[in-house]
Design a protein around this ligand. Structure first.
Ligand code: DAH
Length: 348
C-alpha cells in the first residue's frame, strides 16, 4: 500500500519540479510536501499501519524520498538563484562604448564672490553683516535719511513705487542704516555692513541696470572722524585690489552725510600712470561715503552731541567689473554660460 503512495508522491513531484519557474513556486512545493502537514512529513506517522516485517523497508523508502526531495530542491533553488543573478547583471550591464556625459565646470557667481570677499574683510574688523527689506517704506529710504519731500531722487522717474508714495523698491541700501540705528536704541556703538539688491528706474545699458547691488556700511561711535573712514577704506581696498593700492577722497554731496566724499583708488591697471580704465586720470571712484549727518543720527535715536559715525556705499557690480575686467553691467543678469566660463578663467 505505502509503496504505491510513495510512488504516487514521486510522480507528482517529478511533474511539479519540472514545471517550477520561480522561488515562490518552489517554496510552495516545499510546504506542500515537507511542511508540518506536508505529504512526505505525514508519511512518518503511517509507520504504525505498516506490518512489523516491512517497517524497516518503509523507513528506508521514506528516507529515500525525503533525501531525493531535498537534493532536487537544493538543485532547483541554486539554478533559480543563478538565473536571477544573471538577469540582474544583464540588465545592469554598462555599455562602455557609449560616449560619456560631459559635466561643465561650475564657477562661483562673481558678484556673490566679491560680496563675500568684502564681508570677510569687514567681519575681520568686527562688523556685523545685516539684511534689510527690499520693499521699503519711504520713511526709511528717504525721510529718516534727510532726503526731504520734493527731492529729485524721490521722483517716480527714479524710484519704483509699489503702493502710492509710501512703499517702494529700495533705491539704495542706506535705509538699513536707519533700521539698525533705531533697533540699537541710541546708546550702543554700531559696526555693520549690508549687501543687498537695490532698484532704480534706469533704462538698462552697459553701465545702468534697473536692479543692482549695493554694499552699505555704517559705523557709529564716539569721536569718529574722516580719518577713521580713510583708514578703514585703505584696509579694505588693499585687501581687494592689492597692497600697493592708494586711496584718496574728493568732496561730494549726499543728504545723509556731512561732509560727503567720493572715494577713489589708484588705478590698479596702470598703477596711476593713466589708461583707458581710469580715463587717463590714474584714479577710479569706488564708493560714496561721509560722516553721518547729525539729522540722520537724531532721526534714528542717536544724540549727535554724543555720537558720531561714518557711512559708505559701494556698488557691487562696479567693483566686480573693475576687478574682473567686465565692461557691461548686463553681463551679471543675463545668464550666458559662456560669460560664466569667462569669469572662471579670470580667476586664474
Ligand atoms: N546711497 C548712496 C547711493 O545710492 C551711496 C552712499 C553714499 C551710501 C554715501 C552711503 C554714503 O552710506 O554715506 O548713491
Amino acid at each position: 500500500m505505502y509503496k504505491e503512495k510513495i510512488a504516487e508522491i514521486k510522480n507528482e513531484l517529478k511533474d511539479l519540479f519540472n514545471n517550477v519557474s520561480d522561488m515562490q513556486a518552489l517554496e510552495n512545493i516545499k510546504t506542500e510536501y515537507m511542511g508540518k502537514n506536508g505529504k512526505i512529513t505525514l508519511l512518518n506517522g503511517k509507520i504504525k499501519e505498516v506490518p512489523n516485517e516491512e517497517k524497516k523497508e518503509f523507513g528506508m523508502a521514506v528516507n529515500e524520498i525525503r533525501n531525493e526531495f531535498n537534493e532536487k530542491y537544493e538543485k532547483i533553488k541554486k539554478n533559480l538563484e543563478d538565473a536571477e543573478i544573471n538577469q540582474k547583471l544583464a540588465s545592469e550591464a554598462i555599455d562602455i562604448t557609449l560616449p560619456g556625459t560631459t559635466i561643465k565646470n561650475g564657477a562661483p557667481n562673481i558678484l556673490e564672490k566679491i560680496v563675500e570677499e568684502i564681508e570677510s574683510v569687514f567681519m575681520s574688523m568686527g562688523y556685523d553683516v545685516v539684511d534689510g527689506p527690499e520693499i521699503e517704506e519711504d520713511h526709511y529710504n528717504f525721510e529718516l535719511l534727510n532726503i526731504p519731500k520734493g527731492h529729485p531722487a524721490r521722483d517716480a522717474q527714479d524710484t519704483f513705487y509699489v503702493k502710492d508714495e509710501d512703499y517702494l523698491l529700495r533705491s539704495q541700501t542706506s535705509p538699513v542704516q536707519a533700521r539698525v540705528m533705531l533697533a540699537s536704541g541710541g546708546d550702543k556703538p554700531i559696526r555693520m555692513i549690508c549687501p543687498g539688491k537695490t532698484y532704480r528706474r534706469d533704462a538698462d545699458d552697459a553701465t545702468h541696470s534697473h536692479q543692482f547691488m549695493q554694499i552699505e556700511g555704517l559705523l557709529v561711535d564716539k569721536n569718529v572722524s574722516l580719518s577713521d573712514l580713510k583708514g578703514t577704506f585703505d584696509v579694505v581696498v588693499k585687501k581687494l585690489f592689492g597692497e600697493s593700492t592708494k586711496t584718496r577722497f574728493r568732496p561730494s554731496y549726499y543728504q545723509f552725510t556731512e561732509p560727503s566724499v567720493e572715494t577713489d583708488i589708484s588705478c590698479f591697471v596702470c598703477k596711476g600712470k593713466g589708461c583707458s580704465l581710469c580715463k587717463n586720470t590714474g584714479w577710479i571712484t569706488v564708493s560714496g561715503a561721509g560722516i553721518v549727518h547729525p539729522n540722520v543720527l537724531k532721526n534714528c535715536g542717536y544724540d549727535p552731541k554724543v555720537w558720531t559715525g561714518f557711512a559708505f556705499g559701494f556698488g557691487a557690480e562696479r567693483l566686480a567689473m573693475l576687478k574682473y575686467g567686465i565692461n557691461d553691467i548686463r553681463t551679471f543678469y543675463q545668464t550666458d554660460l559662456r560669460e560664466i566660463e569667462n569669469f572662471d578663467r579670470r580667476e586664474d
